[in-house]
Design a protein around this ligand. Structure first.
Ligand code: FRU
Length: 491
């Protein structure tokens, strides 16, 4: 039988888990009470309760995919970061594990500090899982007080970590300010390398360190710097090789527009040589704007990427025992003709169930869905103009509008009513929609462009309706129910 949701070790037996509050008091929670709150996605990963950001330590180790993540177990907002942990056999159904890392307790008891165990990565060794992460100490509301240092720890079973050791102390690099975090470690040309997010010489920078033994780390150079005063740091750097290209990714911190914060994940395709990176092509990873702090890893020849579905405008309700924050579907990365592709992993499609609608050569399609979690795929024959209503709740809507070359996500959200999220391509041949409670992921042409967008409302009834410009017909359209990952739902 399949493994599924679990809050801690004994959940499988008892169906009950305990919520830690400030690491002290305990509250009993049952699955049934929390699985079906309006703010829990049904087939995207969400934390058991409360807050999550950045995926961390993604890897395959001893027969399981491991997903660690920035987690605040106590509130539906950022603060007091733990490393949450979940494992999976299929990248979709996750079992919650005990927290892997906690904030330094003695420091945090005063309640005047936030911070804790910040983002990082995992490096599976033969008989050990090694993680690299940042310890952050900061006083609430005082950015000058921030101290960030790089640490490592190891685990035999992939669950319990020990032998924590500081590798690179805070404020140890001349020219770098308090932003100094998110180690990404990789092996290349007989050496270990570490990338760090920082502000160096006043600019948002990815720093490069190297090591022969993973203990002693030497600063080499800034690998990438942005010449933009508004960008204090390039967070959560990621670096990998795929299809003969080297790819660097970073979450661009701090860009503000008149609509609010816009923090894209930027990718750079280029070449790594002699500890330098030459960029050939740059792009935005996801045009939907609710996408940040992406991390990738390799398993059996697949480069798998998962991003955090963030909510900068903080528009969503907080609901007791709900989960605030979720992760994208697992995406497989490829580079084709100099373009970065991200398509949903095959495992995702195994959760597509009953067909709710299927048609060929139609000019209109409509289906009301009992649950707001579905998958839709439209294949176009020509350059078709279309409008798709993906979700609706009272007067609120989430729509897609396209003209054969351009696709725009439209919504009537409170705080950024006029914000526009647009993807352009040579020709739109295929559009796939994954709607899941508040989350929409749109894939164009098998991942040539991807957009992640949140819907502020969360009616339980989904709606899908598509219409094509007069005289135009669509090639093929199919809508399927998606099955929830949080229950044993397959034979
Ligand atoms: C990105 C980030 C990281 C940091 C973490 C803290 O969202 O700011 O740079 O390590 O979140 O939770």
């Amino acid at each position: 039988s399949q493994m599924y949701l679990s809050g801690n070790d004994d959940i499988m037996e008892t169906g009950v888990t305990y919520l830690m509050v400030n690491g002290e008091s305990m509250e009993q929670l049952r699955y049934e009470d929390i699985l079906d709150t309006p703010i829990r996605e049904q087939y995207h990963f969400t934390p058991f309760v409360n807050w999550c950001n950045d995926p961390n330590g993604l890897c395959w180790y001893k027969g399981y995919y491991h997903l660690f993540y920035q987690s605040n177990p106590n509130e539906q907002k950022w603060g007091n970061m733990y490393w949450g942990h979940a494992v999976s056999k299929d990248l979709m159904q996750w079992k919650y594990m005990p927290y892997a890392l906690k904030p330094q307790r003695e420091l945090f008891q005063s309640n005047k500090l936030v911070g804790g165990a910040f983002s990082g990565c995992a490096v599976p060794q033969k008989d050990e899982l090694q993680i690299f992460f940042t310890r952050d100490i900061e006083k609430i509301g005082d950015p000058e007080s921030i101290r960030q240092s790089q640490w490592t720890a190891v685990s035999k079973d992939g669950i319990t970590f020990s032998d924590e050791e500081e590798l690179i102390p805070a404020l140890s690099l001349k020219g770098a300010d308090v932003n100094f975090r998110d180690p990404k470690v990789f092996f290349r040309d007989e050496k270990w390398y570490m990338l760090l997010a920082s502000n160096y010489g006043g600019k948002g920078t990815i720093l490069l360190y190297s090591s022969l033994d993973q203990k002693k780390w030497n600063f080499i150079r800034p690998l990438l710097q942005l010449d933009d005063k508004n960008v204090p740091s390039l967070e959560c750097p990621d670096f990998f090789r795929v299809d003969g290209c080297d790819v660097l990714m970073a979450a661009v911190m701090g860009i503000r527009t008149k609509y609010g914060v816009y923090q894209p994940v930027q990718y750079y395709i280029g070449q790594w040589k002699n500890e330098q990176f030459t960029i050939r092509k740059t792009g935005v990873c996801d045009f939907g704007s609710n996408f940040y702090a992406v991390q990738s890893f390799e398993h059996l020849g697949r480069r798998i990427l998962i991003g955090w579905i963030c909510d900068w405008a903080g528009e969503h309700e907080t609901i007791r025992h709900g989960a605030y924050g979720s992760f994208t579907l697992p995406r497989i990365v490829a580079v084709r003709d100099g373009v970065l592709y991200q398509k949903p992993a095959d495992e995702v499609y195994r959760f597509a169930g009953d067909t709710l609608l299927e048609a060929c050569h139609c000019d209109k399609a409509k289906v009301l869905i009992q649950q707001n979690n579905y998958y839709a795929c439209i294949q176009f024959e020509g350059e078709t103009s279309f409008e798709i209503l993906a979700a609706r709740d009272g007067d609120s809507y989430l729509k897609l509008r396209g003209d054969g070359r351009k696709l725009e996500i439209l919504s009537d959200r409170n705080k950024d009513t006029q914000a526009r999220y647009i993807a352009e391509t040579q020709r739109i041949e295929k559009v796939e929609l994954f709607m899941d409670r508040r989350v929409l992921e749109v894939y164009i042409n098998n991942g040539e462009q991807v957009g992640t967008r949140l819907f502020i409302k969360h009616s339980k009834d989904g709606v899908f309706s598509a219409a094509f410009e007069e005289g135009q017909k669509v090639g093929h359209i199919v809508v399927k129910q998606m099955m929830p990952i949080w229950r044993e739902n397959r034979g």
